[in-house]
Design a protein around this ligand. Structure first.
Ligand code: RIB
Ligand code: CA
Length: 311
C-alpha cells in the first residue's frame, strides 16, 4: 500500500486530538511532522497539548510551535468549547520529548524540502502557519500534494452566522491558502460527523488507554454541543483525516471558494460559487456530507490498534 506522507497542523483541541489519534492509527498515513497553531487556545497551550497528545499516542516525529498569533487579525480563543487548557477532561501524560529548535513554518519547509515526494498538509486549526509557509517559501508549492483542511462552511458558520471558527480566527491566512492553487479538500461544517453517546461507549469498550481517553474527550467535547441542542459531538477535524483514508464515504462538490476578509457580519465566510457566476475553475473539493456510520467505524478501527501495546 502506498502510504500518504502528511504533516499534522492543529490547535488541540478535542477534535484535533481525535483527528491525530485517527491519523496515527491508520497504516495508510506516514506522519512526517506535527506543528501547533494558535486557535482554540493560546499557542503555548496548544503546543503543550500537541506534545501531550503525541506522547499519549507514541507519535514521535519532529514537532514545532507555530506563530504566536494570526497573520493580521486579533486572536480568538474558545475556552467555552475546549476549556481553559484547550484540552480539558482526562489527565494526560506529560510530554516525553522536546520540540524542535525551529518554528513551525521552518519545520514544515524543512520536511517538504527533504521529502522525496510531495507532502499532504492536514491543518485542523486556523491556517496561519500554512499561509506563512506559502508566503515565505512559494517555491515549495509544487511539493505540496494537497491540503486537507478542516475549515469553513458553505451554508453557515458556527462562530458567527457566516463564519466557521478556524477561518474566522485568521481569514487573511485562509484567503492565501484558498488562492494558492494547491488542491484543497475543504472539510467544513457539515454537522454530519456526529459521534453519539452510544459511540462513546463503543469506543470506551475497546478498553485500551487511548480508547478510554478518547471516550473521555468526547464526553467533555459533547457537553458544550449538547447545550446547543446537538445530539452528539461534531468531530469536525477528524473528517479532514478521514477524507484521505476513505474518500468514498464523503459527498463532495468541486467549487470555487473565496474567503471574506472584511465586513461587519460576514468576515471569515467561505463563499462558494455554486452557480459558476464568476466563471472560475474550482479551487476546492468541498465536503457536503459523510457516511456517519462508516466514519465512526473508521475511528473505532483506528483506536482499536492502540490496544496492540502501541500506547
Ligand atoms: O469550527 C471547528 C474548528 O474550530 C475545529 O477545528 C475546532 O478544533 C476548532 O479549531
Ligand atoms: Ca481544531
Amino acid at each position: 500500500m502506498k502510504r500518504i506522507p502528511i504533516i499534522l497542523d492543529g490547535d488541540p483541541g478535542h477534535d484535533d486530538a481525535i483527528a491525530w489519534v485517527l491519523a496515527k492509527g491508520s497504516p495508510m498515513l506516514d506522519i512526517r511532522g506535527v506543528t501547533s497553531v494558535c486557535g482554540n487556545q493560546t499557542i503555548e497551550k496548544t503546543t503543550y497539548n500537541a506534545q501531550r497528545i503525541c506522547t499519549l499516542i507514541d507519535l514521535h516525529v519532529p514537532t514545532a510551535m507555530g506563530r504566536l498569533r494570526p497573520l493580521i487579525s486579533d486572536p480568538i480563543i474558545a475556552p467555552t468549547v475546549h476549556g481553559e487548557s484547550g484540552l480539558d477532561g482526562p489527565a494526560l501524560p506529560e510530554p516525553d520529548f522536546e520540540l524542535e529548535d525551529m518554528d513551525a513554518v521552518s519545520l514544515m519547509a524543512k520536511l517538504i524540502q527533504e521529502s522525496d515526494e510531495p507532502i499532504t498538509l492536514v491543518p485542523t486549526g486556523p491556517l496561519t502557519n500554512v499561509a506563512a509557509l506559502l508566503m515565505a517559501y512559494p517555491e515549495l508549492k509544487e511539493k505540496i500534494a494537497r491540503i486537507s483542511l478542516m475549515g469553513g462552511g458553505v451554508q453557515y458558520g458556527n462562530w458567527t452566522p457566516a463564519a466557521e471558527f478556524n477561518i474566522l480566527v485568521d481569514p487573511e491566512a485562509a484567503a492565501v491558502v484558498f488562492e494558492s492553487g494547491i488542491p484543497i479538500i475543504m472539510a467544513g461544517l457539515t454537522e454530519k460527523a456526529m459521534i453519539f453517546p452510544e459511540d462513546f461507549e463503543r469506543i470506551r469498550a475497546l478498553g485500551n488507554r487511548v480508547a478510554v481517553i478518547v471516550a473521555d474527550w468526547l464526553e467533555f467535547f459533547y457537553q458544550f454541543h449538547r447545550s446547543l441542542g446537538y445530539e452528539g459531538a461534531p468531530v469536525h477535524d477528524a473528517v479532514a483525516v478521514a477524507a484521505l483514508l476513505r474518500p468514498e464515504i464523503m459527498e463532495s462538490q468541486d467549487l470555487y471558494v473565496q474567503v471574506e476578509t472584511a465586513g461587519d457580519f460576514c468576515k471569515g465566510a467561505t463563499v462558494a460559487d455554486f452557480n459558476g457566476a464568476l466563471g472560475k475553475a474550482p479551487n476546492a473539493k468541498v465536503l457536503m456530507g459523510i457516511d456517519r456510520q462508516a466514519f465512526v467505524d473508521l475511528l473505532v478501527e483506528a483506536i482499536a490498534t492502540y490496544g496492540e501495546g502501541k500506547a
